[in-house]
Design a protein around this ligand. Structure first.
Ligand code: OOG
Ligand code: MG
Length: 256
C-alpha cells in the first residue's frame, strides 16, 4: 500500500508531465475516501507552502449528468488555486493537459465568511454574486477512469477554470432555472438547467460548507465556488473554441 505522500507524488508527476497513471484503486482497492481527502489536503498544503494562492473550492458530481459521465454517484469537493485561472482572452494551452474536458458551471463568489452547517438562507446571505464559469477538467488517470477515492485524491480532476465577467446579484430563487448552453466551435454540444445541480446550485455551496466544517475550514469573503457541472463534460483539442452561454452572459475561451 502506498503512503499518502507517495500517492500525492505520483499525481504531481502525472500532472506536471501531462502523462497519465493507472488509478490507485486498481492495485489498492482498500484506499478509503478519508485517505483520499488526506492526500488532497496534503496537496493543497504543499501548493500553499510553495507560494500558490487558494482561490476557492469546487464541488463535483453534483448533477446526474456528471455522475453518469464518470460512473461515480457521490458529490465530492476539491480546491481551486488562483494559478488554475485562465484569462478567456489568452485561452488555454492544450499541451499542458492529458485529456482535457470542459463543463459549464455556476460560480458563487462569497461576500461573507460562512462555516459550520448553515441553512440555505444563511448561504444566500453569505454570497456576494454569481457568474457563469467553465471548468476545464483533466484527470491524471488513464482513460479518465477512476473510482471515488482516486478522483478525490486527484483533487477532483481540477485542471483550469475560466470565470465570466458579469456578476449576477439577484434572482436567487430563480437562478436555478436559468438555462446554460455549451458550444464547441459554434456547434451546440450541451444544454442544461442549473437545477440539475442538487435541485439548486446553492445546495452545492451549502454541502461544501458542511464538508469544510469537518476540517474546521470556513469559506472566506472573495473565495469562489464552482458548484459542479450542469451538463456532462465535453473533450476539446487545440484549435477548438468553447462558448458557454446563459441569460446574463456569453463566455468564450480558445484552445491553443
Ligand atoms: C470529476 C470532477 C467532477 C463536476 O463538476 O462534476 C466535477 C470528473 O468529472 O473528472 O468537476
Ligand atoms: Mg466541475
Amino acid at each position: 500500500m502506498l503512503s499518502e505522500k507517495e500517492i500525492l507524488e505520483r499525481l504531481c508527476v502525472a500532472r506536471e508531465s501531462a502523462s497519465p497513471i493507472t488509478a490507485f484503486t486498481v492495485d489498492n482497492p482498500d484506499l478509503s475516501v478519508e485517505q483520499a481527502y488526506r492526500v488532497q489536503r496534503l496537496g493543497l498544503q504543499q501548493a500553499l507552502d510553495g507560494g500558490a494562492t487558494l482561490a476557492g473550492y469546487k464541488m463535483g458530481l453534483t448533477s446526474r449528468a456528471k455522475q453518469v459521465d464518470v460512473n461515480v454517484d457521490q458529490a465530492i469537493c476539491g480546491y481551486l488555486l488562483k494559478e488554475f485561472e485562465k484569462d478567456p482572452f489568452e485561452g488555454v494551452e492544450r499541451r499542458r493537459y492529458i485529456h482535457p474536458r470542459a463543463e459549464p458551471e455556476l460560480v458563487f463568489v462569497m461576500g461573507k465568511r460562512v462555516m459550520g452547517r448553515p441553512s440555505l438562507r444563511e448561504v444566500v446571505a453569505a454570497v456576494d454574486y454569481v457568474c457563469i464559469g467553465l471548468e476545464l477538467l483533466d484527470s491524471r488517470y488513464e482513460k479518465f477512469q477512476f473510482k471515488l477515492p482516486d478522483v478525490i485524491a486527484d483533487n477532483t480532476s481540477a485542471g483550469a477554470y475560466v470565470v465570466g465577467r458579469t456578476p449576477v446579484k439577484a434572482d436567487w430563487e430563480s437562478l436555478r432555472l436559468k438555462g446554460v448552453l455549451l458550444r464547441k466551435n459554434g456547434k451546440l454540444v450541451q444544454t442544461g438547467c442549473p437545477a440539475a445541480v442538487l435541485g439548486d446550485p446553492l445546495q452545492s455551496v451549502r454541502q461544501l460548507v458542511c464538508q469544510l466544517a469537518e476540517w474546521e475550514v470556513p469559506l472566506e469573503p472573495g473565495q469562489l465556488i464552482f458548484t459542479g457541472g450542469v451538463t456532462a463534460s465535453v473533450p476539446f483539442e487545440s484549435g477548438d473554441w468553447l462558448e458557454c452561454e446563459w441569460p446574463y452572459e456569453k463566455l468564450s475561451v480558445g484552445v491553443r
